[in-house]
Design a protein around this ligand. Sequence first.
Ligand SMILES: [Zn+2]
Length: 283
Amino acid sequence: MPELPEVETVRRGLLPTMEGQVIAKTDVNRPDLRWAFPPRMAERLSNVRVNALRRRSKYLLADLSSGETLLMHLGMSGRILISGDPLGQFHHDHPAPEKHDHVVFHMASGARVTFNDPRRFGAMDLIPTDCLDQHKLLAELGPEPLGNAFDAAYLADRLKARKTPVKSALLDQKLVAGLGNIYVCEALYRAGIAPTRRSDRIARYRAEALVSHIRDVLSEAIEAGGSSLRDYRTTDGELGYFQHNFAVYDREDAPCQTPDCPGHIRRVVQSGRSSFYCPTCQR
Ligand SMILES: [Zn+2]
C-alpha cells in the first residue's frame, strides 16, 4: 500500500505533466472505484486546467480552473502511469490499454496519465475547491507530519493525553495525517521507544524528540523516491514505487542495526497490524 512518501513521489512525478497543463478529455471507464464516481465526472474533467497539484495526507489534490478540486487516492493497488509526455524529461510511448485502466486523462500537450487499479480500493471525487476542508475524507485529519503545526510541543501534549500504545496513537489520523505502519515502526526505532509503550508514559523529552525522527524517516523516503524519479528512463513510466532499506520493518529475527546492540528484531501484532522493533534498545 502506498504510504505518504510514495504519494508525494507520485505528486512530484506528475507535476511537469499536469500542473499548469490542460486536461483536454478524460475517459472514465467504469462507474466507481471504492466509491461511486461523482456524476458526469468525465465531462467535469474535460477542458480544464490544473492550476495546482497538491497533497494532503495520502490524497492527491488537483485544483482545477473550473473551481473544483479533483481528489485522488491510490488505495491498496492504485498506480499512475505517464506516457507520450513531450514536456517531461523522458519519453514513454502510449502503452496498449490494460484491463484495469479505470480513468485516463488526455492532456492537451499529448501526454496521457493513466490511473490503473486492479483491486479498486482507490478513490476519486470532485469537490468545490472552497469547501475542500469540509470534505468527509479531509475534515478530521490532523496536521501534516512535515508541516509546521506538527512540532515537539504538539506531539508531547497529545501523547500525554492518551493511554493507548504509542504505535496506535501515531496511526490515528486525527493526531497526525498520513503516517502509516512502516514509517511509524522506523521512527519509533530511531527514537528508542517501544511501539507497545503507553503514550502517556513517555518522558516529555523523548516524545519531543520523536517529532524529528518522524520527519527524518519521511524526508529520507521522499528523497529516495526523488532518486527513483531520476531513474525514470529505466522504468515504464510508472510513478511512486521504489526500493527502501528499513531498519526494523519486515526484519523479524534479524540482528538489530544499532551499533553494539545484541538484540534481534521482534514482531508483535497491535490492532491487527504488525509492529517491528528491537526489544533491547526500544523501551
Ligand atoms: Zn537494538
